[in-house]
Ligand binder design. Structure first.
Ligand SMILES: [Zn+2]
Length: 114
């Protein structure tokens, strides 16, 4: 079985078998990484990996997981002023009122119409 040399931040150079590593590739931007639990200290270790390293690891028998970024990443984000402690306090006071949901809806409708 192929032995793969890797580095644990706590233990230094260690040796792993292909089944002890997992390669992860993002389908959206092709960025790759690999991770393993260190056999010495059991800490999870992750490292970025170039396509060449990914290919080398996969050809050595390391399992490959392909993942996608969550859909929220592609949603439009509205810019505006950051909320302040005063905003949070106003919101807290609003939530104590019985018709808070209607008031909130009116406030939001007003800010969208602007
Ligand atoms: Zn370690």
């Amino acid at each position: 079985m192929t032995t793969i040399r890797a580095n644990c931040p706590a233990c230094g150079d260690i040796q792993l078998t292909a089944t002890e590593l997992t390669v992860r590739v993002c389908a959206d931007d092709d960025r790759g990484s690999y991770w393993f639990s260190c056999p010495e200290c059991e800490r999870p270790v992750t490292k970025d990996a170039s396509p060449r390293i990914i290919e080398l690891l996969v050809s050595s028998g390391v399992r490959k997981q392909v993942w996608r970024m969550p859909a929220e990443v592609r949603e439009p984000h509205y810019s505006g002023e950051a909320i302040t402690p005063d905003d949070l306090l106003d919101f807290h006071l609003l939530l104590e009122r019985e018709n808070w949901i209607d008031e909130l809806e009116q406030t939001l409708r007003g800010s969208i119409d602007r």
